[in-house]
Ligand binder design. Sequence first.
Ligand SMILES: C[S@@+](CC[C@H](N)C(=O)[O-])C[C@H]1O[C@@H](n2cnc3c(N)ncnc32)[C@H](O)[C@@H]1O
Length: 276
Amino acid sequence: MTAAIDWRTRVGSVWAEEWQRTDRIFAGLAPHLDAAIRTAAPAASFAALDIGCGAGTTAAALAAAHPDGRITGVDVSADLLAVARTRHDALTNLTFRHADALEAAADLAPLDLLVSRHGVMFFAEPEPAFARLRAATRPGGALVFSCFASIADNPWATLVAPAPAPSPHYTPGPFAFADTTRVATLLAASGWRDAQPQLVRFAYRVADSDDPVEEAFAFFARIGPAARALHDATPSERAGLAVLLRDRLAAQRNGAVIDFPAAAWIWTARATGELP
Ligand SMILES: C[S@@+](CC[C@H](N)C(=O)[O-])C[C@H]1O[C@@H](n2cnc3c(N)ncnc32)[C@H](O)[C@@H]1O
């Protein structure tokens, strides 16, 4: 599980160091998400919040497409925000805030648009969290976010360790929103209407270089389920896992690149007229 506390410290720092590679894994998803956000955005001047903005790519795409929108990217990782500020300094309608998303939303209310690329699956208690986001949004305001679909549709996540057994209990993490029935129920219960998921399949590119197997190995050794499995293994188990991982990466190699199939849901919803 990746809880908010991890993002504030070690995990956020690693993502900040690896921001170009994490941006690349989402590059096939980004045009679909950005298009859904542009479709949902109000025509006139508006206030938007990018929840868990990381290095700022989604917030910057929205700010560039809507010069009259006031966009705030919020994240709990100071290291990721430092990258975001450096990258997107030229966008005068985009600001970044170091805070919990729920606190920032309350502070910026009323918001017209909430967006997120894979940043909403880490709340310890999602229903109260989404109710607080709803309370910070104007009635009719839009919510657009992406999240991973099932682990079975994302084989990059099980290269060296099997998928965890399904749990009836909610556990924050990258696959916490994979079940569309659970998410639809959550959104309805927290004051969001007309919720619709759209499945997007994309290439999860983990290497593009002269030595793609070692590039991908270095990435997987730092980020995602393989990194956790390698970290948790004994030294002898770790050596075996490293051999297995390199073999699987080599089998997936296509010239200079290594792509894995991946799938995500893009959810859109509207704030109800009544506070939940
Ligand atoms: C999977 S990363 C996605 C980052 C970015 N949206 C992107 O697409 O590259 C999840 C992000 O959510 C942030 N995050 C997690 N919980 C948060 C919270 N409660 N408030 C604000 N940010 C949060 C993390 O620090 C991290 O940057």
